[in-house]
Every structure is written in C-alpha cells, then in structure tokens.
Design a protein around this ligand. Sequence first.
Ligand code: HDE
Length: 706
Amino acid sequence: MAGIMQKAQQAIMGHKGDKTTDLAQETKEVSSKDRLTTDYGVKQTTADDWLKIVSKDSTGPMLLEDPFGRERIHRFDHERIPERVVHARGSGAFGKFRVYESAEDLTFAPVLTDTSRETPVFVRFSTVLGSRGSADTVRDVRGFATKFYTQEGNWDLVGNDIPVFFIQDAIKFPDVIHAGKPEPHNEVPQAQSAHNNFWDFQFNHTEATHMFMWAMSDRGIPRSYRMMQGFGVNTFTLINAKGERHFVKFTWTPELGVHSLVWDEALKLAGEDPDFHRKDLWEAVENGVYPKWKFGIQAIPEADEHKFDFDILDATKVWPEDLVPTRYIGEMELNRNPDEFFTQTEQIAFCTSHVVPGIGFSDDPLLQGRNFSYFDTQLSRLGINWQELPINRPVCPVMNFNRDGAMRHTITKGTVNYWPNRFDACPPASHQEGGYVEYAEKIAGIKARARSEKFKEHFNQAQLFWNSMSPIEKSHITNALSFELDHCEDPVVYGRMVQRLADIDLGLAQTVAEMVGGEAPTEAKRPNHGKRAKALSQFEFPPMKTSIASRRIAILIADGYDAAAFTAAYGAISAALAIPLVIGTKRSKIVAADGTTSIQPHHHLEGFRSVMVDALFIPGGEKSVVTLSKSGRAQHWIREAFGHLKAIGATGEAVDFVNKTIALPQVSVSSSGDAQESYGVVTLRQVSLSSFSEAVEIAKGATGFL
Ligand code: HDE
C-alpha cells in the first residue's frame, strides 16, 4: 500500500487551475454596444410592443405568430428552478486557499501539503430551514460550504457553523427536516424552529439534545457570515504517502473572531433588513476588507479509534480540544463577489462525495448517507448534466464516457464512447498517474440495521457544552429556550421539553419551566459530570487581530452639526476601514453650524435603524443636538443601541444628550476631557477616536446583555 501511495503522490502533477479565467470563457457583459436579439440571434426592433392588428383608431388582437413576444414570455415563465430542499437561502463569494504548513504527515493531497499552491474556492453560506426569500438573521444553523477547485479535481467541504448535528444516521434526515420546516397543515412558521413540531421531535429524539443546545446558543444568530466558525462536522480520513490513515475533522476559524447578534437585534433585523448577512458579505468583499479564516485539522490515528468514551464516527459528538487539539495549517480569503447570483451562487452544487486523492470518507453513518443525498438532489434542481455548469466544472481536465442526457453541451469528438476500445482512448488512470486511491480497509461484521453501543449515549456532551459556557452565554441559551417553547402552543410539547432540560441542568430546566408555564422539575435527571472543554464558548475565539475594519458606524446629525467634529470622526472611521454611515433627520442636504459646510446623509433616521449598525457617533453642534433630542426616533436610536451593548460616542453638546437619553448616572465626562466608559459608552470633549474604536471592538465581542 505504501508504495502505491508514494507513486500516487508523485504522479499528481496537475494543471494550473484558475477558476476566474475558466469562468471567463462563459461570461458576457451587457453594454450599450449590444443590440437586443432573440435567443436564436435575430435582432429585435422593439421590447415594448407585441405584434398586433392595428388600425388608425383602434388596437386589435395580438398575434400568436410573434416569435419575439412568445419567446420573451416563454423564457420568463420558466425562470425558476426548485430551491434547495434545505439551505435554500444563501449567498457566497470566490476566494483562495493556501496551506502555510504542510500536512504531509497526514495526507498526500497537494491541496493540504503544497505550501506554494493557491487553490481557488467558492464558499456558499446559508440558513437551513427558511425558503429562498426568507430572512438572514433567523435563529438557525448556518451552512458553510466550500468548493476547492484543486488541480486534482473538486473537493467539496460542506460544513455548518455548529460542529455537531441533530441525528447520527442519515435515514433520519427527512424526519428532522420535516419537523423543523413549516408544519404540513398550514405551512407555518417560516424559517423558525420555534414551533410544536420541531420541539416535539427534539424531545422524542434524544440524540438531538447536544445539537439543540448549540442551536439555542449565540451560534444560532451570528453577527455576520464573516464572524462564524465552520465545521466539516463529519469524520473524514486522510491517507499519507506511507499509507497510514487518520480520522480527521476540519474546522474554519474566522480572523475577525466569533461574534453574534443579540436576539432582540436578530428579531428586528429579520423585518428591517432581511438581507443583513448577504449585504454584509457583499459590502466587505466590495470594500476590499476580505474575510479570512484559518483552516484547522483534528486528527486521530487509526489505532486510537476506540480510545474515547464516545464513538468518533458519531456526528452528534465533538472531539474535545483537550483530547484532540486543532492544528491550524492553512488560510482562506474571500476576495471576489459573484458576477451573477443565479448562475453562480444558486447553481453551485456541493457534494460531500467529492474528495480528491489523499482525502477519504469514514464509516460515519451520517456522512455515508450524505454522500448519496447531495449527488442525488442535484438532479431535481439542476438536471443530469449539472457538473458541466461553469460554476461546478473542475479546473483540471475532465474526460470519460458519461454521455448525453438533458442539456448536455460538452461536444466530444471521436468514434468511440466506451471502454475498452480499439484506440486505447481515455483509459483509467493508474495510481502512478494520480488515480484515486481507495484505502484497503479490512471489514468483518454482520449485516444489521444497528449502531455501535457508544452511539446510545446522548446527554454527556450536551452537559459538557452547557458547563463550558460563560454566564452571559448561559443566560442567552436560557432566554432562547424560553422564547422557543413559548411559541409552542401544545402543553405536551413544552411540558415534556422542560423535563428534558433537567437531563442537562436542573437550574436551566426550572428557569425555563417557570417562563414557559411547564411543570418545573424538582430534581436533576442525571448528576452533572462537572466537565468543561476548551473552544466551545465563543468567548474563546477573540479576533486574531483587533480591528474595527468593516464595522458599520452611524453618525447622527441634524442641521447645525459641528462640522469639525463630524469631519474628524468620518475621517477616522474611514481610515480604520470601517464604514461611516451618515444618518440625518432627512436625506436631503444637512447644513453644518458654520452655515457653509453641508452633507447629503446616506439615510434618514426613519429609513435606517440602529440594529443595522455596530456603533453610533453623535457630534456636537447646539442646533443639531436640540433637534435630535426632540426626536423620539433619535432617542430610540440611542437607547436601542445602548440596550444592544453597542459603543456610543459623542462630543460637545451631544455628550449630555447621550447621558440623559440613556439615563445612566455613572456615565460622566471628566473635566480633563478623558474618555469615560460605561458598558461601551464613550463620550469625549476632545475629538480623539481611539477609545471609541476600542469600545466598538469590546462591545461586539461581549455579544450583548439582552
Ligand atoms: Fe446537508 N444537504 N444533509 N448537511 N447541507 C443539503 O444538498 C443532507 C448535513 C449542508 O450551499 C442538500 O445541494 C443529508 C450536515 C450545507 O449548496 C441535501 C444529511 C451538514 C448545505 C442535503 C445532511 C450539512 C446542505 C440540499 C444527513 C453539516 C448547503 C441541497 C445525512 C456538515 C450546500 C443540496 C449549498 C445541503 C442532505 C446533514 C450541511 C438534500 C441527507 C451534517 C451547508 O442533499
């Protein structure tokens, strides 16, 4: 085996792949030089009038004869394809991946060993339950799917922002998704787990317990796709050149740290800006603040497979970092927005079964089922030739005898379409030539519908997760469960679920029971094992470097604002690569106190809301501050931002306005003009923004108190 691996490793030479150049072959750009044509290329003289019978004073019937008119309506009628059965709503971007430390001790796959190589990627982020048109900030798991266009073929790492899953065996997938999606009788609710069927399933299906705790934590409401971890969830395998195999899990950790919204923000954003995450990703890439993630691997040698008190093939379990540390070896950057949503973000199709030589599967029963499902589901969405679509095709050569089928468009010359053939055309590749190497695993067993014993333990890691949370995170989970179960009308559902929580923590169960009206359990269902683990709390993922880059900072002004303070703030925010958003009492010109300087705001106070920004800044200027202080909406902006634990900066007359509005006696301004901070509120007599910038960082890192 070792010899084969070495030869296979040597044989992988590849072909320089650049996805942008590859896609350029199919990309057209509309310009004023183009003239309108039909799909068959004939120029059209009008886009306005169907061919009809007209007379001098009347318009007569339209003619079915008109091929132009018919073609336009016909094309429109068939524009929609089925949305993804799960993860329907998403958005993505192009980027690049590079390893800075070779993982050659684990694998011979060049994508993970060749430090000189840059692999193009496309990443699609998504929610799971909602339809394509649902809101971004709902409480849900987020998808994090990466297509690596490697020189040895496509590798799809189809992960989530939560490292575990609801079920252990793929056969249960239709049940967990049916239970979470809108209920069958009235198709309510949209994009929510807060309903009877979801929680009924969680109770009846104990293996989901660990996962629902993650979904109820702050991970269920990320601040941004750019601030989420990604996890491959399933156990994969890596094979090295010596033929040794390791079980592995893959992780992405964002450079910006892991941050969340507070629930009140998430709820309001779902109505005020349903595209919040989509726009955030787009803007960051457009503004050149490219999101980056470190790529990590946890590895267990084959011989150690059974050394843990959980089954390492069970996708409802994490591999605690204390037992199996993550080794970070690579980095991914997203740096180009798609040119067209449909042909790229919508038509991209991921398959867990797409792996390249050196990477393999394990017997994880969830992964094995996924390997069938992803491949299969593309048929109803895209048709049999979906791998030929520009976004899906590999950047390395593709040749085989798969032929025909609806919408085939590769034209292959030659007189044979089978193997073996008399010309020796397109023979299978040897290992030496880079042919995929199946690991020669010896397996003995009986055929049965069963799982190994260790899969039957369902609560230890739910408790481990709860124990590992900080007090704020625990209170957020308690509040999330109280919200969700309040939305379940059936007393059987919420009554039983609060009993289930006593399997995790008695205090949690009692608090939630009191809130939602269930009978409070009086004793814990099992003793707390008292264990904690690293890296489960998101407080353990601070930004790799502190920065306010790409954060949105609103500057609130009215006529009479202090132009000097405004300009200094605007300049400092822009210089730090954050996004200053000027919010006026109106969107038409606002004139400064000096009577000459003016600015047209980006938005007005009613058109934009505090939940859409990370921080506020209010410059002085007597008239401006008087106007703002008389505006209920301006006051609401400040109070709401304060409640969401956002940094609020103010100078001059605005200092007293902010203090009065949030009515906090401890917020004061020192006579020296130094910054005074209280829960992220920074007020300054002098214009110096460093304390404010720090407060923006701190406030978001704290994930809020609500
Ligand atoms: Fe998926 N999942 N899934 N899933 N999943 C799909 O494939 C499925 C699971 C994930 O942006 C579908 O192309 C089964 C775990 C993401 O296009 C479908 C099982 C994880 C995406 C499917 C799982 C995921 C999908 C629907 C249990 C985290 C969006 C459309 C055995 C590791 C990919 C599609 C994109 C999409 C099946 C469980 C993540 C139906 C059967 C665990 C990020 O094939």
